[in-house]
Design a protein around this ligand. Structure first.
Ligand code: SME
Length: 164
């Protein structure tokens, strides 16, 4: 069993540095995408403060399909270009939404969610899916969270190996 530790939050960069070490250890030696996505979601959900949903949507054809996650049950299929997840997938760029009520087309899965961060996952230059984080607090995610989660996503992607 992996024991999650909760690093001090005063220094957010240090917090993410610690999380990177934990995620690297958690995924070490395993290449299965579903298993590693599940453990990544569990680590993020339990270690990040004020997060009510953490998980993956994986690309299937022209839409994103719900993958491993922690939190309340969520909508299953999101077309590319729709919602925050579909927007990040279309732009191939992370999207930080300080107030989901101000984001046109936001898809509400948990009405408690007030802010959101979505990181696209690129494997061998191709979109694999997105990593999605929701918070019940408005403005929960800043640039440090964005870069921190992008680096965590990179660790998840590297764990899969180079086979497409
Ligand atoms: N809010 C997302 C949908 C996924 S849930 O937050 C888990 C969106 O607008 O794409």
């Amino acid at each position: 069993m992996h024991t999650i530790t909760f690093p001090a939050t005063a220094d957010k960069s240090g917090f993410y540095e610690d999380l990177r070490a934990q995620l690297t250890g958690l995924l070490e030696g395993e290449h299965d995408m579903i298993a590693n996505a599940a453990n990544t979601a569990a680590l993020l959900y339990h270690a990040l403060p004020d997060v009510n949903w953490a998980g993956f949507y994986l690309l299937q054809g022209e839409e994103l399909v719900l993958g491993p996650f922690q939190g309340k049950p969520a909508c299953v299929r999101i077309p590319i270009g729709k919602g925050v997840c579909g927007t990040a997938a279309e732009r191939l760029q992370s999207v930080v939404v300080p107030d989901v009520n101000e984001f046109p087309g936001h898809i509400a899965c948990d009405t408690a969610s007030r802010s959101e961060l979505v990181v696209p996952l690129l494997r061998n230059g191709k979109l694999l899916g997105v990593l999605d984080l929701d918070s019940p607090l408005p403005g929960r995610f800043d640039e440090t969270d964005r870069t921190g989660c992008e680096r965590l996503a990179a660790i998840f992607l590297a764990s899969l190996g180079s086979v497409s």
